[in-house]
Design a protein around this ligand. Sequence first.
Ligand SMILES: [Zn+2]
Ligand SMILES: [Zn+2]
Length: 49
Amino acid sequence: MLKNCITCGKQTKDYSEFPCPQCNAKIARCKHCRQISLPYTCACGRQGP
Ligand SMILES: [Zn+2]
Ligand SMILES: [Zn+2]
């Protein structure tokens, strides 16, 4: 199943998913963005590495 990467917005099936520490929403990030440690911004405004 494809997910949109929260960081780059691309659809990927090679993602990791984790809950936002602030609002517990599911955050999916692709392998590429994870490898180069790009930050994410959740819908609630929380930013993380
Ligand atoms: Zn990405
Ligand atoms: Zn959040």
